[in-house]
Ligand binder design. Structure first.
Ligand code: IMP
Length: 420
């Protein structure tokens, strides 16, 4: 068994990119299994910073094939720009390195329009406005456009016509203008031609990888609590974020998965609306935001910041069948007098130890740990860590029942401490 899944254990932005980068050095294949251009990793390529949204972060290694899996929704315009930027930085983006699943669904301009119109209204949930929700609605509604459809003019016309007719009343209701079909067909056929060499049978390639015992890293996007089935609904994304999505989104059996590596920050953040029991609304939250650079890499929105929530993390561990955790951004807590850890919730005078379907009206119960000061880069193992962090690691492992194998203490690769 060769497939290792990397999954966000909170609400996204846990620093998965750095962990995937560390894990993919010797990987043969790195595959994204869900989501679209709502994700974003800031990567430094040959000294230059870039944000990539669709191509798996393994593209920065020399070897692995980077697969955009069937469970994704792909905006071809964004993908082309991303590939062009990477190529201009000297990265090989040919078919040797990038494979786009012909099954993946396409995000079209009307998806983005509908997402934007909805977000301007009363039922906004704080999406990234990238058209993700409407694209998945079309997929489930069986009127979606798949990457392979971009290569066949007549098919593309029929699919787009069907979808635009279906959406027209919604667009008008939201005060928008129904887009003309011809310019869409022209632009998206051109995207299809440009991407043709990269579009192929990703499922077959992944089957081969599993059968040959190649090393595959399945890269999750977003975080477990944004999962469509198990997240804080309706404030969620529209795809399966959980590790189980790697099986369905890549077309491999769950038995092919050997490890599930969950990524959590040493604190918590969330972008967009929705419950967040440990949120800090004060200067401390602002301090974490500034120190941690907690601003959305796709939208630039300030992220909501708060303390780590072990009730939610335990839930995420079980939802994913995690085998280990990596804790990131521990350095951001440097200089705080106290580090707080949510160990339970309280509702109506009762202590609650599980994550209920509705989180309203819950307050967090904290255990306080001593803060620390000074640089952590000199720490080589658990024993070198300041007391507060050692206790944070111990409390997290006890709550989740899985080991924390790495602690990340800065953005650079070397700023990672092997704990187990
Ligand atoms: P959508 O995925 O754009 O539809 O947004 C739905 C919710 O998921 C919103 O709260 C977004 O802020 C959140 N979201 C989507 N992608 C990410 C991500 O990569 N990191 C953090 N939050 C995300």
């Amino acid at each position: 068994m060769t497939v290792n899944v990397v999954v966000g254990a909170q609400w996204g932005d846990e620093g998965k990119g750095k962990v995937v980068d560390m894990l993919t050095e010797h990987a043969d294949v790195v595959a994204r299994y869900g989501g679209g251009a709502n994700a974003g990793h800031t990567l430094v390529v040959n000294g230059r910073k870039t944000v990539i949204r669709l191509v798996p972060s393994g593209i920065l290694q020399d070897k692995p094939l980077c697969v955009l899996g069937s469970g994704m929704v792909i905006d071809p315009a964004v993908l082309r720009t991303e590939l062009e930027t990477l190529a201009s930085y000297g990265v090989d983006t040919s078919a040797k390195r990038v494979l786009v699943s012909e099954h993946a669904h396409v995000v079209l301009p009307y998806h983005v329009l509908i997402d934007q119109l909805r977000e301007a209204g009363a039922n906004a949930i704080g999406t990234t406005k990238r058209g993700i929700g409407p694209a998945y609605e079309d997929k489930v509604g069986r009127r979606g456009v798949r990457m392979i459809d971009l290569l066949d003019g007549a098919r593309l016309r029929a699919r787009v016509q069907h979808a635009v007719e279906a959406w027209a009343p919604t667009i008008l209701n939201l005060g928008g203008e129904v887009p003309a079909i011809e310019p869409i067909l022209e632009a998206y056929s051109a995207h299809g031609q440009a991407l043709r060499p990269l579009i192929g049978d990703a499922t077959e390639r992944l089957h081969q990888a599993v059968e040959r015992g190649e090393s595959v890293v399945a890269e999750g996007a977003q975080g477990s609590l944004l999962d469509i089935d198990h997240g804080t609904y309706p404030y969620v994304t529209s795809s399966t974020v959980l590790a189980s999505g790697a099986a369905s989104g890549l077309g491999i059996g769950p038995t092919a998965i050997s490890k599930v590596i969950g990524i959590t920050k040493a604190y918590a953040t969330r972008v967009g609306s929705g419950p967040f029991p440990t949120e800090l609304h004060d200067a401390l939250g602002e301090r974490i935001r500034q120190r941690g650079g907690e601003f959305g890499s796709v939208t630039g929105r300030p992220r909501r910041c708060g303390w780590i929530d072990l009730v939610a993390l335990r839930h995420a561990t079980r939802l994913n069948g995690m085998t280990e955790l990596v804790m990131t951004k521990a350095d951001v807590l440097e200089g705080l007098e106290t580090i707080r850890v949510c160990v339970a919730y309280e509702a109506g005078g009762q202590r609650v130890q599980r994550l209920p379907a509705a989180l309203d009206g819950l307050s967090a119960v904290y255990e306080d740990l001593p803060g620390f000061s000074g640089n952590l880069s000199g720490c080589r193992g658990l024993a070198d860590l300041p007391e507060g962090l050692r206790r944070l690691v111990a409390l997290t492992e006890a709550a989740t029942g899985v080991p924390i194998t790495w602690l990340s203490v800065g953005p650079e690769r070397e700023q990672s401490i092997r704990l187990r």
